[in-house]
Ligand binder design. Structure first.
Ligand code: UDP
Length: 239
């Protein structure tokens, strides 16, 4: 049973429940993929049916962003809590490390995935890094083959939305991995090239504002946020 927010169905889970579910998917026959849409991505899905299909086709759809939580509540179908992709990833890595599982890192600018791999290895002893590749490639086939050869259990796909969702839907089965997670800018955070907002900002639902201050080029994309709220209000009136 998913909670519909403007055509995207969200799983109603806490962060811990989502991580547990991720592990269940990892133990089951694959492939499965996880997406973490924010309001901006929901707006992209409204305009792009292929993106919407890829997002809704995921085994887990997690609400990344306070806007989704507010939108779901306004529609009278509240979600339990915000499940930021990066926190989901951290919980999953703890569990994977405990079981000696392996991870392939795909995405971000050249060199970033390597740095992320080094840091994650230190942070999660027991975690095996199966391979890395940057996110600026022309053809899918060599990457898919590299992942397959690596034997990775999980792949973090950080290509930005909706590119990563489309990539996972299309290529997931051929990678041989059991779980793929679309995590946007998380690779930069793992590598330490981008800092997460301090706790205060996150707790007050202002992470988006912190990120905007650090990278004003995000403003154009963020104009989709007020649009999202307008669409939620319109939808609420229809109910
Ligand atoms: N990216 C990539 N290949 C591309 C386009 C983007 O690897 O063709 C990477 C980019 O370098 C960045 C991430 O995808 O690391 C997208 O980050 P963004 O902050 O846009 O994602 P968000 O977390 O906001 O979805």
């Amino acid at each position: 049973m998913r909670v519909d927010v403007l055509g995207v169905g969200f799983d109603n889970l806490t962060l811990e429940e989502a991580a547990e579910r991720g592990m269940e998917l990892l133990r089951a026959e694959g492939p499965h993929y996880v997406v973490t849409p924010n309001p901006e991505i929901v707006e992209v899905c409204r305009e792009n049916p292929a993106a919407r299909e890829a997002v809704n086709g995921a085994a887990l759809v997690l609400p990344d962003g306070i806007g989704i939580i507010k939108g779901a509540a306004m529609l009278g179908t509240p979600l339990k809590e915000r499940v930021p992709g990066i926190e989901f990833a951290a919980r999953l890595l703890e569990r994977m490390a405990g079981e000696g599982m392996s991870l392939y890192l795909l995405g971000a600018k050249p060199g970033v995935a390597e740095t992320a791999a080094e840091r994650l290895r230190e942070q999660y002893p027991g975690l095996r890094i199966a391979g890395v590749h940057d996110g600026y490639f022309q053809e899918d086939a060599p990457i898919v083959e590299d992942i397959r050869r690596s034997g990775a259990d999980t792949v973090f796909v950080c290509l930005g939305a909706p590119k990563q969702e489309l990539w996972m839907a299309k290529n997931g089965p051929d990678t041989g991995a059991r779980l793929l997670c679309g995590l946007g800018g998380s690779m930069d955070v793992f590598a330490g090239t981008v800092k997460r907002a301090p706790k205060f900002w996150c707790e007050h639902g202002l992470e988006w504002f912190y990120r905007l201050c650090g990278d004003p080029r995000r403003l154009g994309r963020m104009m989709r946020l007020p649009l999202f709220l307008i669409h939620v209000k319109r939808e609420r009136r229809k109910k």
